[in-house]
Design a protein. Structure first.
Length: 411
């Protein structure tokens, strides 16, 4: 008799800017299909996965944040995994690549007794750097591209380099996660090159986790929006003008989601900044060192990692003129006006509905008062004295007698 396959848990840990948003959209859009194929995407939405990741990474929750507190979120995700009867459970958060060994061990312990597998998608370092710079700017960075790249390489243990290498060095990610799971359970997927089939990344991911790719029938999903060089520069200048204490939740909801993704992205033409010429050799040397380190670790590589070129092609220095910035900024302001107009119209509709509901409630209360005056008198007494009734026995007894008399009259 063939023993049953062990129940598994798959943690998709990123990396950022390697198709994570695409994969998450595919999984949530095809959640029922995944379940029919034996894999349950835990929770109700992607936000729960991010909050569980914040909890795992020991990020303190700001009590002023109007969002959902993520304290204990990983424990709740663990409970969902324990309650699931699916052969495979899935968690996806591209920031989990940054977990320390201790945090990774906590994550794996929370999914016990399932056999845990870790999936990490990687891409070429030269192409990654402009995309990651853009992402840093979306989250508030004021550094121009050349300064940002130099700091990433010259100061790897300080911002922004510390975060960048914690999620974008595949060898280091494998090394940290292999303290929590066998190294052969860490799967590295190279991001398909430009021109590949639109579903290639999904197929590689699904086959890696043991799911038939065909269970996902809706694949036309939105990828993480990419900004042009000029659009990113406009956003960087906005960051410079915002106050230092601008709340993080507004940076996420307004600066990133609204201004960058909804306003600037449609205005972008896809141009990217070029690497500083004097850094090109260092970028390729670092890519080769990481590849050598990764090969020695013994993680499971899906397919073949792309070859690292001997040299990068010549690129013109990245320059954006004041006129280009001004044109983009004016168009962005117009887009913001449209968004604000729509928001104000929505608010007016909501206010009208609320006023109508309040008026209807007042009319209903007045009609009730006319039919049951004694009951309304009791309610007024309770509202005025509130919780103090229990502390005043004589008043409490009087209210109770009045309530009983009212009940008899109504009966």
């Amino acid at each position: 008799m063939t023993p049953a396959a062990p129940q598994r848990a798959v943690i998709h840990v990123g990396a950022p800017k390697t198709g994570s948003t695409y994969l998450q959209h595919v999984m949530w859009t095809n959640r029922k299909g995944l379940l029919s194929g034996g894999a349950e995407l835990l929770g109700e939405n992607q936000g729960q996965h991010y909050r569980a990741g914040h909890d795992l990474r020991d990020i303190p929750f700001d009590p002023d944040d109007p969002g959902v507190d993520w304290s204990g979120a990983w424990g709740r995700m663990s409970e969902r995994a324990a309650a699931s009867s699916a052969p495979i459970v899935l968690v996806s958060d591209e920031h989990l690549a940054a977990l320390t060994p201790e945090q990774a061990q906590r994550a794996v312990a929370g999914l016990s007794p399932r056999e845990v597998h870790v999936v990490y998608v990687t891409r070429d370092l030269p192409g990654l750097l402009p995309s990651e710079w853009q992402e840093f700017v979306k989250h508030g960075s004021t550094l121009d591209f050349q300064t940002w790249v130099r700091r990433v390489f010259d100061q790897p243990q300080r911002k922004p380099g510390k975060w960048f290498w914690s999620v974008q060095n595949p060898a280091d990610v494998v090394r940290r996660w292999s303290t929590a799971v066998p190294v052969e359970n860490v799967h590295v997927i190279p991001m398909p090159p430009p021109g590949s089939a639109h579903d290639q990344l999904w197929r590689m991911f699904a086959e890696t986790i043991g799911v038939d790719p065909a269970v996902a029938t809706e694949l036309q999903t939105t990828a993480n929006p990419s900004l042009s060089y000029t659009a990113t520069e406009v956003l960087r200048h906005v960051n410079q003008s915002l106050p230092a204490d601008f709340p993080q939740w507004h940076r996420t909801g307004l600066v990133r989601d609204l201004f960058a993704n909804r306003i600037l992205n449609p205005l972008s033409d896809g141009t990217k900044p070029a690497l500083p010429e004097d850094l090109a050799g260092r970028v390729l040397d670092r890519a080769r060192a990481i590849r050598h380190d990764l090969d020695r670790l013994g993680a499971h590589t899906v397919g073949t990692l792309p070859a690292i070129p001997d040299r990068l092609g010549n690129s013109a220095p990245s320059v954006t003129t004041d006129a280009e910035l001004a044109t983009m900024a004016v168009s962005a302001i117009a887009g913001l006006m449209e968004e604000m107009a729509a928001a104000r119209d929505d608010r007016r509709v909501t206010e009208r509905r609320l006023r109508a509901d309040i008026d209807a409630t007042r009319r209903a209360r007045l009609e009730f008062a006319q039919r049951h005056p004694l009951a309304v008198h009791i309610d007024l007494v309770r509202e005025r004295v509130g919780g103090s009734i229990a502390e005043r026995p004589r008043l409490a007894r009087a209210v109770e007698r009045t309530r009983s008399a009212g009940a008899q009259l109504r009966g």
